[in-house]
Ligand binder design. Structure first.
Ligand SMILES: *[C@@H]1O[C@H](CO)[C@@H](O)[C@H](O)[C@H]1NC(C)=O
Length: 298
């Protein structure tokens, strides 16, 4: 069992001045550009909840998974419209964290950037972690997806997962096990802690990791990234990483990846933390990067 220090995530979040990006995101069956490799939004990408009055709303829900009661929090956009196909974004908490922490942290500060064009879900892990024993956290995710797709209007070609630390590891496990469900994942300071069942099909992959991470050293992040460098058929390379003390981050977009399956890797001068901030900057670069990664498929 790994011992994680609880870290100062809450204080990091409280210290943030959020920049609300008020971009307008166009949606609708004919609004999706056919960029190389992107799937065109087709009728079969619309969940069965589209066009129906919602059967669920924002709040805490329970479901039974392999005999165990599990909980998750659902956050709908304001003015939810059942004829608008929304992105669906799962935010998994870190070890010792809770779904409430993810919600109160505005889903790793991504929610304000979504401008009411995404549905967010924060699942709660057993013992505040994502051991995914016997795949039970994958099954839990499958069950949430069934409920959400039936009750809400979701663009099924835009389902994402993100998380920090154990939550990043869980997002990695989902990319491995459910490559045809998740369009992309954002793994912040993750490792192979929740397993990787299969892990042989391409999924758009975003990884960020601190070069001075002593909880889950950066090499663990490189290893899981390389699962998708390989699966996405990207050209293998050794990305540049910033020097300790540089106060910067370096982003690498892999080349040669198969259509619709980019791999982004951002190494930063910092420790085990989700919302990395460059020296002298007043807000972290992390939320904008993850939102841009998810939004590239719009
Ligand atoms: C991940 O860890 C599991 C053990 O939990 C191991 O079986 C698997 O080979 C690892 N795989 C990858 C691709 O990270």
């Amino acid at each position: 069992m790994m011992t994680f220090s609880a870290l100062m995530f809450t204080s990091v979040l409280l210290g943030l001045a959020l920049v609300v990006n008020s971009q307008i995101i166009s949606h609708g069956p004919s609004a999706v550009p056919a960029s190389p490799g992107s799937r065109t939004l087709a009728t079969n990408d619309l969940s069965t909840g589209c066009g129906k009055s919602p059967t669920i709303t924002s709040g805490v829900y329970s479901t039974t998974v392999n005999g165990q009661q599990r909980q998750y929090t659902l956050t709908l956009p304001q003015n939810y419209n059942p004829s608008n196909p929304y992105k669906l974004i799962f935010g998994y908490h870190w070890l010792g964290g809770t779904m409430n922490d993810v919600v109160s942290g505005s889903y790793y500060s991504i929610q304000p950037l979504a401008d009411n064009q995404a549905i967010f879900v924060a699942p709660q892990g057993i013992d505040n972690g994502w051991a995914n024993s016997d795949g039970d956290d994958i099954t839990f995710t499958d069950q949430m997806l069934d409920t959400l797709k039936a009750g809400l209007c979701i663009d099924e070609s835009k389902i994402y997962s993100m998380g920090w630390s154990y939550g990043g590891s869980m997002s990695y496990a989902l990319a491995c096990a459910r490559p045809n469900v998740f369009r992309g994942v954002a793994v912040m300071s993750g490792a192979n802690l929740s397993g990787c069942s299969a892990g042989t099909q391409p999924v758009a992959y975003y990884g960020q990791h601190g070069v001075s991470d002593t909880v889950l050293p950066i090499d663990l992040g490189r290893q899981i990234r390389d699962t998708f460098v390989k699966d996405n058929l990207c050209t293998s390379q050794t990305p540049q990483e910033p020097a300790v003390g540089s106060g910067t981050h370096i982003k690498t977009e892999y080349s040669g990846c198969s259509g619709g399956h980019p791999v982004w890797w951002i190494a930063f001068d910092g420790p085990h933390e989700p919302l990395a901030t460059d020296a002298g900057a007043s807000s972290p670069w992390t939320p904008d990067q993850i939102w841009e990664f998810f939004s590239q498929f719009d």
